[in-house]
Design a protein around this ligand. Structure first.
Ligand code: SF4
Ligand code: SF4
Length: 136
């Protein structure tokens, strides 16, 4: 039995690897994959339909700068990604097409501190480096 297993292992050494190191090697994603949402601030009107649609009550509409460094503020969605189902309802229901699906599913999402799971409008708009997070 042991010899049989060793023989099997040796026979498979030259074969192409069928497993993949995650997250070092990213999994190829389908076009329809729903990852971390992307917000287009120029399209968002702060109507809150995304927040009302969310089945997990994950979205809050908060005031945030309209662009990096701007003192002007408007209403935008903030998503607590720790509670998100990635169902895509918020994206489907947005009347302005301001939300879309990103491809991030580990990068920028897997963090230890809860505040890092809070995707503020500037994070959703990718105005800050989501890899870095807020962890201190
Ligand atoms: S993202 Fe869309 S649905 Fe949500 S507040 Fe902005 S415009 Fe409204
Ligand atoms: S993808 Fe679904 S669960 Fe996540 S914020 Fe949008 S509506 Fe809510």
């Amino acid at each position: 039995m042991v010899l049989k297993n060793i023989r099997y292992a040796l026979k498979n050494i030259p074969k192409k690897r069928v497993t993949r190191l995650c997250p070092e090697v990213e999994t190829p994603l389908s076009d329809r994959f729903r990852g971390l949402q992307i917000l287009d601030k120029s399209k968002c009107i702060g109507c809150g339909i995304c927040a009302n649609t969310c089945p997990n009550n994950t979205i809050k509409i908060i005031k945030a700068p309209i662009a990096p460094g701007s003192s002007k503020q408007r209403w935008f969605p903030e998503i607590d990604i720790g509670h998100c189902l990635f169902c895509g309802f918020c994206i489907d229901q947005c009347p302005k097409g301001a939300l879309s699906s990103g491809k991030e599913y580990t990068r920028g999402i897997v963090k230890w501190a809860h505040k890092d799971m809070l995707m503020t409008p500037d994070k959703l708009a990718r105005e800050v480096d989501i890899d870095e997070g807020d962890e201190k």
